[in-house]
Design a protein around this ligand. Structure first.
Ligand code: TEU
Ligand code: CA
Length: 568
């Protein structure tokens, strides 16, 4: 199983590399950077959705699974990319977005034609509820993931359709076997036959819904729609559907990594990834990256709303999946296209030195965890969030825009409320991960041609923070990441497969101890911008080797944001 000790590099196609000067990244652009990707030492790439789409949610609204979004290229470009990856020994996985389609998908177009359409039942339609006065009401009070109701009214047929995300993303009806088979054929087998090595499975635990659609408890009486995500995750037939999918994947020996939001219970996670289940090979758990977000609304929070003991607890909780007694496999990640940059969230940007040190320390943290390692484009050079001075017009994500408009309308344009919303977005918005990859110091960070207008503005810092500079610098974040990936590969028993056994309690240092194959890994991370004393003597015994360090070797003193890994 190639994926067990692997490092996967995630690519966001619109923002990686533009090959033709239209300001949008594309498949030939990705192809042109395979040397760079391979120089990192990674084993596989994962591409976010490349399918045809009206882009209401950046391709997570697919209008045709068997076509490529024209600005990204053609099917032939993808075939060439698959071949080029395989020639180099790189694997390639695609995103599988099958909880919902775009409203522009032919299936939905047919479904909405009439109540008696042959594909009516391919989506989730419900009639209105009427009260005693004959007034029309929605089927229930659920709030969608990006705000507003989950139900959209269809005037022509007089019913509502369900959409857990935007109204342009109607949920498919997985109860219908014909629909499921169409999904498998069109979204999965079409690409599996072309030789891809697996899928990242979007919201893998939301396909099966509680068909009674019960109202959610009212947690915020001020709001019309209530938090309901716990009601639409892990529905009754979830495992059955994933097992069915698993049988298809098996024919092609394809791997899967599923997204498993809102599932903190480790037994429940295991029920999806236990090897004997034949469902998913591994999942992304969100315990760590959701720390510091608002409990009801994601952006109802303030920057750095977390403590180190909380972070440790979440790391420990997710790592329990691989405690040596289970047959489950895990993932380690700090970033993806839905998360702000990890240095801005957990590290420090106040000086160039602290920025570099904290980016390296976070590399050590995530690479020391068990499971398959995922790194996101730009993480390897320590890219950071958009500057605070940028206005809201630089934010393009539907989630950011919807939230800002929600605050504007509910607060009646209150400047204090809007400033708080902007501050939260500057800290946590998905946009920060979606800005152009910083290749060099030329205009737009070398992401596109100098005269082009990139679809998102490149960060102001690109002339100092870019791949080219860091490639030439043996002490750069990039050079450090390459070392980290290589070391992790050299000792799979303690890195990818080790058992997390202990962490310390204080709020400055994060010490992780892991066991594997008769040896131990001791990881020490200073999460503060100041020097810290420590005493590792007893933990290291008299036979230990320093595998990785972003600073000195003193066993008694840690530099600001220093990180070290010992093999004992
Ligand atoms: O995300 C699903 C998901 O779990 C979201 O709730 C996620 O937590 C969200 O980004 C909150 O900020 C996937 C994709 O990764 C995301 O980009 C899509 O918008 C979403 O599905 C809909 O397809
Ligand atoms: Ca392009």
């Amino acid at each position: 199983m190639w994926w067990k000790n692997a490092t996967v590099y995630q690519i966001y196609p619109p923002s990686f590399k533009d090959s033709n000067g239209d300001g949008i990244g594309d498949i030939p652009g990705i192809h042109s950077q395979l040397d760079y990707i391979q120089s990192l030492g990674v084993d596989a790439i994962w591409l976010c959705p490349i399918y045809d789409s009206p882009q209401h949610d950046m391709g997570y609204d697919v209008s045709n699974y068997e076509g490529v979004y024209p600005p990204y290229g053609t099917i032939e470009d993808v075939e060439k990319l698959i071949e080029a990856c395989h020639t180099r020994g790189l694997r390639i996985i695609l995103d599988l977005v099958v909880n919902h389609t775009s409203i522009e998908h032919a299936w939905f177009q047919e479904s909405r034609l009439s109540i008696s359409s042959a594909k009516r039942d391919w989506y989730i339609w419900r009639p209105p509820r009427y009260d005693q006065d004959g007034k029309r009401h929605l089927p229930n009070n659920w709030r969608s993931c990006f705000g507003g109701s989950v139900w959209a009214w269809d005037e022509a047929t007089g019913e509502y359709y369900l959409h857990l995300f935007t109204p342009q993303q109607p949920d498919l009806n997985w109860e219908n076997e014909e629909t499921r088979n169409a999904i498998y054929a069109s979204a999965m087998e079409f690409w599996l036959r072309k030789g891809i090595d697996g899928f990242r499975v979007d919201v893998a635990n939301a396909y099966s819904k509680d068909l009674s659609f019960p109202d959610a408890p009212v947690t915020d009486p001020q709001q019309e729609w209530q938090y309901a995500s716990h009601l639409f995750c892990n529905g009754p037939r979830s495992h059955e559907y994933l097992r069915e999918m698993g049988r298809i994947l098996k024919k092609y020996n394809a791997m899967t990594v599923g997204e498993l939001p809102l599932t903190p219970d480790i037994e429940q996670v295991l029920s999806y990834v236990s090897a004997k289940e034949g469902q998913l090979d591994m999942v992304f758990q969100f315990d760590m990256v959701h720390l510091g977000t608002g409990p009801d609304l994601k952006y109802q929070t303030v920057p750095r709303n977390w403590t180190l003991p909380e972070l440790k607890e979440r790391v420990r909780a997710t790592q329990r999946l691989m405690d040596g007694t289970t047959d489950g496999w895990s993932t380690a990640f700090l970033e993806n296209h839905d998360q702000a940059r990890c240095v801005s969230r957990w590290g420090c940007e106040s000086t160039p030195e602290l920025w570099a040190q904290s980016a390296k320390m976070l590399a050590i943290l995530v690479a020391s965890l068990s499971g398959t390692l995922f790194i996101y484009q730009g993480q390897e050079i320590g890219m950071v969030n958009a500057p605070a001075s940028w206005g809201m017009d630089e934010y393009k994500d539907v989630e950011s825009k919807d939230y800002y408009e929600f605050v504007r309308s509910t607060s009646h344009d209150d400047p204090v409320a809007l400033a708080a919303a902007k501050t939260a977005l500057q800290h946590l918005a998905r946009d920060h991960a979606r800005m152009p990859m910083q290749w060099d110091g030329t205009p737009h960070a070398g992401f596109t041609t100098p005269n082009a207008t990139p679809w998102m503005r490149a960060h102001d810092n690109y002339s100092v923070l870019n791949v080219k500079r860091q490639t030439l610098d043996g002490q750069s974040v990039l050079s450090f990441w390459k070392r980290v990936i290589a070391i992790r590969k050299e000792y799979p028993d303690v890195f990818a497969q080790g058992v997390f056994c202990h962490t310390n309690a204080d709020d400055k240092l994060f010490i992780i101890e892991k066991e594997g194959d008769g040896r131990k890994l001791v990881v020490v991370l200073n999460f503060t911008p100041s020097e810290q004393e420590m005493d590792l003597g007893a933990k290291l015994g008299d036979q230990s080797k320093l595998l990785l360090s972003n600073a000195g070797e003193s066993v008694h003193l840690l530099q600001p944001y220093e990180g070290r890994v010992y093999l004992v």
